[in-house]
Design a protein around this ligand. Structure first.
Ligand code: CTP
Ligand code: ZN
Length: 153
């Protein structure tokens, strides 16, 4: 698409090819909320050749951490990260989905040992990707989590 829906940025990070409707989750993962000082722009439900519709998030002055990338990959497995310096794309890469994640998700099963009141086991999930769906499977109780954003910690 040649339509420029939001302006280019000078320095910072552009997260592109976010599934339609997930931009707000990405902002949450990046810790951007009411009162945040970062200069942020986003577009929701814009046309995309690859995805039909997509969301985009641009954060000036922000350089994303490995842990943030892992979280983003779980809800936006096709996302492209563009690192911008002086208006130019310095680096562009796809997020990669980790094989397993520790301490990023909590188990929905309240009787899982990772939710034990006294001695909770460190939450660990194996990540499976099928077509366009990412599923996290608890290594202790086998619970499958499809609505990953609801269980991100
Ligand atoms: N971008 C930006 N500011 C810049 C440079 C790029 O906000 N100074 C944004 C573009 O608006 C786009 C993304 O970064 O959303 C990637 O830019 P570019 O690679 O030029 O676009 P495409 O070729 O469409 O990207 P892709 O091939 O990843 O779809
Ligand atoms: Zn569990």
């Amino acid at each position: 698409m040649n339509v420029l829906t939001i302006s280019k940025i000078r320095d910072g990070t552009v997260i592109d090819h976010i599934p339609s409707g997930k931009a707000l989750e990405v902002l949450k993962i990046l810790g951007i909320k009411r009162g945040s000082r970062e200069r942020v722009s986003m577009a929701m439900n814009v046309e995309s050749q690859k995805m039909g519709r997509k969301d985009i998030v641009k954060v000036e002055g922000k350089f994303i951490s490995e842990e943030e990338l892992n979280r983003i990959s779980l809800i936006a497995p096709e996302a492209t990260i563009n690192i911008i310096e002086n208006f130019e794309i310095k680096r562009k890469f796809r997020v990669s989905i980790p094989e397993s994640v520790e301490k990023l998700l909590r188990c929905p099963n309240m009787s899982c040992i990772s939710n034990d009141n006294k001695e909770p086991a460190t939450p660990i999930f194996r990540i499976e990707k099928t077509d366009n769906q990412v599923v996290a499977v608890c290594v202790y109780c086998g619970k499958k989590v499809y609505e990953i954003e609801e269980y991100l910690v």
